[in-house]
Ligand binder design. Structure first.
Ligand code: PLP
Ligand code: SF4
Length: 377
């Protein structure tokens, strides 16, 4: 008879990951990101002449683009949709009177630095303000520029609040990008949330599969401790972002039992054509990602050049619906400014009033109406 210790010995050491392996080696790779306009000049994405021109942009809005996302830029296309989303642009200085540092009214329902409670049954938990890429159109641009969330202080207090409110069925991890947290921290957070009886689901909103797919690996899947309670919402805006690498990571998550959905933002010059969005949502359907929201852009500072009017948006959306089968259609929504919540753009909650570009929007939460002016109005 074989001695169990003898047969098990070598097997164990073969199965175990080598001790020298970095537990989070995606971090080393993320360290190669470009984090300044100067770094983008060094890499040939911007010209030396643009360095000075973009100084004022950089002082207002942070720069961070992963090596991976940079590699998707088509140098031959000056209107490359990847480039437009990632690279600082002089147009970010063109703010008009309609910008709002807090366009979705997060601060109206803020519990603390890391928690927003707008809808009775779900909360938004933002454990970080860091992202693997600062998207130039981001509605949280101002929040992301204002210092860091103090995790050790804000997150435990948020967890206590969640535990004390039994109407909260779902916790949405957002940010920043919550996947910037280490596996240990993320896993610990999900464990704590899962131990709260009334929390039935943890939803993760992340752009990491788009901007830095290397983040998704087996250690990440293990850290989630995958159960039916995990739902992950990605943020692809353009079909060119759906690379073979990104696809393989989506497949990896799907195979681990994580439910996947996608939300996009409607962006001028990036995806403001029904055929582009149809290609994206068809491709997502092919790789098992369900459609979620197509967001109308929120009027955050430094984003006016991405604006699409409500009228244009409705036309694009109606044409998009003709190109997609029922299960593949996202819902086109807009945030009622001031924290009124999300409403369908092409519905009675958004009504044009007399003059073109002037709308009345009604909050589904309070029933109150506000006036929305499109850029042209
Ligand atoms: C968007 C949002 C949610 C989630 O809303 P869903 O419609 O469930 O995706 C929750 N809380 C806040 C503050 C939000 O802005
Ligand atoms: S990843 Fe999300 S939160 Fe971060 S900059 Fe992009 S849109 Fe904003």
């Amino acid at each position: 008879m074989l001695d169990a210790r003898v047969t098990e010995g070598p097997l164990v050491s073969i199965d175990e990951p080598p001790k020298t392996r970095e537990p989070d080696d995606w971090k080393t790779r993320l360290g190669r990101s470009a984090t300044s306009v100067a770094a983008l000049v060094d890499r040939g994405v911007l010209s030396a002449a643009e360095l000075q021109l973009l100084d004022a942009v950089e002082s207002r809005h942070k720069t961070f683009v992963s090596d991976y996302y940079l590699s998707l830029i088509d140098p031959a296309d000056s209107n490359c949709p990847i480039r437009l989303q990632a690279i600082p642009d002089i147009n970010e200085l063109n703010d008009d009177g309609r910008i709002d540092p807090d366009p979705t009214g997060d601060n109206t329902h803020r519990v603390n630095q890391a928690l927003i409670h707008r809808y009775p049954n779900r909360v938004l938990l933002t454990p970080t303000h860091i992202c693997p890429m600062y998207c130039r159109y981001c509605f949280r641009k101002v929040a992301l520029n204002e210092g860091q969330i103090r995790y050790q202080k804000a997150v435990p207090a948020a967890l206590e609040y969640i535990a004390s409110k039994d109407q909260i069925r779902e916790v949405i991890l957002s940010g920043g990008d919550p996947l910037i947290l280490s596996n240990k921290r993320l896993g610990g957070l999900i464990d704590k949330l899962s131990s709260i009886k009334h929390v039935k689901r943890v939803r993760i909103h992340t752009r990491m599969p788009v901007t830095f797919p290397y983040r998704i690996d087996q250690q990440f899947i293990d850290a989630l401790g995958v159960s039916h309670r995990i739902y992950l919402v990605t943020h692809f805006n353009h079909p060119r972002e759906l690379t073979p690498l990104a696809e393989s990571k989506l497949e990896m998550m799907r195979n681990a039992g994580i439910s996947l959905a996608n939300q996009s933002v409607l962006l001028r010059g990036v995806n403001d054509r029904p055929e582009i969005l149809a290609e994206l949502y068809n491709h997502l359907a092919d790789v098992g990602v369900r459609p979620y929201y197509l967001h109308h852009l929120d009027p955050a500072p430094g984003t006016t050049h991405f604006r699409v009017s409500i009228q244009q948006g409705r036309t694009i959306y109606r044409d998009l619906l003709k190109l997609l089968a029922g299960p593949d259609r996202p819902r086109y929504v807009i945030e009622v400014p001031g924290g009124g919540g999300k409403v369908d753009v092409d519905s009675g909650a958004v009504i044009e009033m007399g003059q073109p570009g002037r709308y009345r929007m009604t909050s589904p939460l309070t029933g109150e109406s506000i006036v929305w002016l499109d850029p042209s109005a």
